[in-house]
Design a protein around this ligand. Structure first.
Ligand code: BMA
Length: 335
C-alpha cells in the first residue's frame, strides 16, 4: 500500500486574510457536483489563538480558492465572543450538511519555543469569562442547507469534560444517527481504558444520545497516549473505513485505519497492523505550532481514489491519496 503525498504540499497555507494569518489546518472536506469544498480551521494570531472556519473550493482537489472572504463559522455564532472553533468534519445526510466541530469557549494563547510544544497560557478576559470550564473543549453540530450558511444545531457532549473528535457517519444506520466521540475523562477501570479512546453513540433526534460504547483503545506503542477519530467513515463494500489518529509518548501524531461493520458499526471488523502515515516531510515535522503532527480530518473518494486532507504541524494543510482498494487490503491484512 502506498500513500502518495501531493507534490504541491502543503496545498493550503496561512495568509491573505487577517483571520487566517497565523495557521490553517485540520480541514473538513466534501465533494458536491464534482467540486471539492474544504472547511479550514484558521487562526489569525497565536495570542489569543482564536480559531474560526473558512470555506474554500476546488475543481481538482489541489488548488483551492476562498468561496467567501469571511469565516463561515465563528465562535460568536455560539455566543462565545472569545472562543475558538476547531477541527471541523462534514457529512451530508438526507440533503442537509452536518458539520461537527469542537469549541473552546475561551481561546488560549501560545508562544512557540522552537523546541517542541509551545508554551500556553490563559489570557485575561472581561468579567465572567475565563472560568476553568471555559478552557475545556466541547463538541457540537452545525447544520447547513447550502454549504455556506450554518446554524448551531446541538451540543453532543456535556459541559465539564474535554470531548473532541466528534464525527458523524454520513448516513443513518437502522434509522439512527451515529457519532464517534473521544471523551478525555472516560478513563480508568470503570471505562475499561487507561487513556483517552474512541467511543460510539446513537441518536434518533440529535438531542438524546445513547450511552457511549467503547469502540477502540490504544494497542500499539505509536498510539499509547491516546487515540481519536480522524475523518468521517467512508462506506465500502467491506465495511465503514475509518481513519483515526494515535499519539505516542513523544507526542508524535500518526494515522491508523480500521474497518467497522456496515450494519453494526460498534463492531470492529479489522484494524491495520500498523499506522498508515507518520510525520515524514519537513512540513509535517516543523511548523509554527506543534511539531510532528499529521492530522487528517477530511476525506473524499473520487474515481476510486481516497483524498486525505490533513493538518501539518498545526500550521498548514496537505493532501495525500491512496486507492481505496489498496487501503482496504492493508487494513484486512492482505496488503
Ligand atoms: C489535538 C487537537 C488538534 C491538533 C492536535 C495536535 O489535541 O488540538 O486540533 O491538531 O492536538 O496538536
Amino acid at each position: 500500500m502506498k500513500i502518495t503525498r501531493c507534490n504541491e504540499n502543503p496545498i493550503i497555507t496561512p495568509g491573505k486574510y487577517d483571520w487566517r494569518k497565523a495557521a490553517v489546518f485540520n480541514p473538513a472536506v466534501i465533494i458536491e457536483n464534482n467540486r471539492f469544498y474544504l472547511y479550514e480551521r484558521a487562526g489569525g494570531s497565536l495570542n489569543p489563538f482564536k480559531c474560526v472556519i473558512g470555506l474554500l473550493e476546488s475543481d481538482d482537489g489541489i488548488h483551492f480558492t476562498h468561496v467567501i472572504e469571511a469565516p463561515v463559522i465563528a465562535p460568536e455564532m455560539f455566543s462565545f465572543p472569545y472562543g475558538s472553533v476547531q477541527d471541523p468534519r462534514i457529512v451530508k445526510i438526507e440533503g442537509l450538511y452536518y458539520l461537527t466541530y469542537a469549541i473552546r469557549p475561551c481561546s488560549m494563547s501560545y508562544s512557540p519555543t522552537g523546541v517542541g510544544i509551545p508554551d500556553s497560557y490563559k489570557p485575561s478576559y472581561p468579567d465572567g469569562w475565563g472560568t476553568a470550564e471555559h478552557y475545556l473543549t466541547r463538541s457540537g453540530i452545525a447544520v447547513s442547507e447550502d454549504l455556506a450558511h450554518f446554524e448551531h444545531l446541538c451540543y453532543t457532549t456535556p459541559l465539564g469534560i474535554n470531548d473532541r473528535d466528534n464525527i458523524l457517519f454520513p448516513e443513518k444506520i437502522h434509522g439512527r444517527f451515529v457519532l464517534l466521540r473521544r471523551p478525555e475523562e472516560f478513563i480508568g477501570q470503570a471505562y475499561n481504558t487507561d487513556v483517552p479512546a474512541m467511543w460510539i453513540t446513537y441518536s434518533d433526534n440529535f438531542l438524546d444520545w445513547s450511552e457511549p460504547k467503547l469502540l477502540i483503545k490504544p494497542e500499539a506503542e505509536w498510539e499509547c497516549k491516546k487515540v481519536g477519530g480522524c475523518t468521517p467513515p467512508i462506506k465500502t463494500d467491506m465495511g465503514w473505513l475509518v481513519l483515526y489518529h494515535g499519539v505516542d509518548r513523544n507526542n508524535i501524531y500518526r494515522v491508523g485505519a480500521m474497518l467497522l461493520d456496515l450494519e453494526y458499526p460498534e463492531t470492529v471488523i479489522a484494524r491495520g497492523h500498523t499506522f498508515i502515515m507518520e510525520p515524514e516531510a519537513y512540513y509535517e515535522r516543523f511548523g509554527l505550532f506543534i511539531p510532528n503532527v499529521v492530522f487528517p480530518t477530511g476525506a473524499a473518494v473520487k474515481d476510486g481514489l481516497l483524498y486525505i486532507y490533513y493538518g501539518c504541524a498545526d500550521t498548514a494543510i496537505s493532501l495525500a491519496t491512496v486507492p481505496v482498494t489498496e487501503l482496504l487490503d492493508f487494513v484486512l491484512g492482505k496488503g
